[in-house]
Design a protein around this ligand. Structure first.
Ligand code: SAM
Ligand code: SF4
Length: 310
């Protein structure tokens, strides 16, 4: 309990106690950690859960991340939503009172460039909306054009703060360094940025998670997206065990105590393991992202097993 109280009041803990908190077998301490995070979240955001309308605009990807169901080597029917379809998804979200849209997709620089006029149209149609993008690593000129068109936020999970582990999750020449360079540029352009890691990715150690916490503490992103690794068929990691929901929840709670004002979603990957989005909210998350992708394409955004059952 004392460690949780220290973390709550100072927003920090030395490495040893932080690791112990992450790995504790004392259920009462784990419960206290999550309850404290929930309380801090409530003191900052009240009882409201913020909603984002998620539009999975394309599953075309040039990368081959070993864990992901959209990786380019995987046989999958590919799609791109048209501008009209994207606007229709936003329209549906707006009609439900959602003023923040998240447009996410595989990494496709040519496709991303075609999104510039779409972002412009969304901005003109809903001047007060918040437009969040999650399109991977792109040429800096494309980031600039998207920002100029009116996008406000950009989610680019760092996936792991350990360069060697990053190398085991992604084929060369993909590297953590270039991911961080993108995040730095996005910030320079005035985007609010989102970072985060995959919990329990193959080969990850508790010390690696500590590195993630320190990186996030150092960068202080406005958004933090974390979720457990979940294996997907026809990927190199298909037989690897999933990450732990409990560890993900503890990390979420620790991050809430470290960065009280961060926007933290209760992710779908976590919900696959816990059976719903409640557990994340009870551990300090304050955001949910209902999906507005058209039914005809939804199943093709096939990141990991169980995604479509949430
Ligand atoms: N392509 C962009 C990118 O990589 O940043 C955005 C879309 S990507 C599908 C969004 C996130 O999905 C990734 O950051 C990754 O953490 C997560 N993801 C992919 N495969 C996953 C898996 N098997 N289990 C859990 N999360 C996964
Ligand atoms: Fe592509 Fe993103 Fe999946 Fe990597 S995680 S394969 S970049 S969609």
């Amino acid at each position: 309990m004392e460690r949780v109280n220290t973390l709550r009041t100072t927003r920090n803990l030395p490495d040893g106690p932080l690791l112990e908190l992450l790995e504790t077998t004392d259920k009462a301490v784990a419960r206290y950690l999550k309850e404290s995070a929930r309380e801090v979240c409530r003191s900052v955001f009240g009882n409201e859960v913020q909603l984002r309308g998620l539009v999975e605009w394309s599953n075309v990807c040039r990368r081959d991340c070993y864990y992901c169901g959209l990786r380019r080597s995987r046989a999958l029917p590919r799609y791109n939503l048209t501008s009209a379809q994207i606007l229709a998804c936003c329209e549906k979200a707006w009609a439900k009172g959602i003023d923040t849209f998240v447009i996410q997709g595989g990494e496709n620089p040519a496709g991303a460039l075609q999104l510039v006029p779409v972002v412009k149209s969304i901005r003109e149609r809903w001047p007060g909306a918040i437009i969040t993008l999650s399109l991977g690593e792109l040429p800096f000129s494309t980031y600039a054009a998207l920002r100029e068109a009116g996008a406000n936020r950009y989610l680019l999970r760092h996936e792991t703060a350990n360069p060697a582990l990053y190398g085991r999750l992604h084929p060369a020449p993909d590297a953590l360094e270039s991911r961080l360079a993108c995040l730095q540029e996005l910030r320079r352009l005035g985007f609010q940025i989102g970072m985060g890691m995959m919990v329990g990715s193959p080969g990850q150690t508790p010390e690696n998670l500590l590195e993630d916490l320190r990186l996030i503490q150092q960068w202080r992103p406005e958004m933090i997206g974390i979720g457990p690794f979940i294996p997907q068929e026809d990927t190199p990691f298909t037989h690897c065990p999933p990450g732990s929901a409990e560890t993900t929840l503890r990390l979420l709670a620790i991050l809430r105590l470290m960065l009280p004002t961060a926007l933290i979603p209760s992710t779908t990957a976590l919900a696959v393991l816990t059976g719903g989005k409640e557990a994340g909210l009870e551990a300090g998350a304050n955001v949910m992202m209902p999906v507005f992708t058209p039914e005809t394409e939804k199943r093709k955004y096939d990141l990991y097993k169980g995604k479509h059952h949430v």
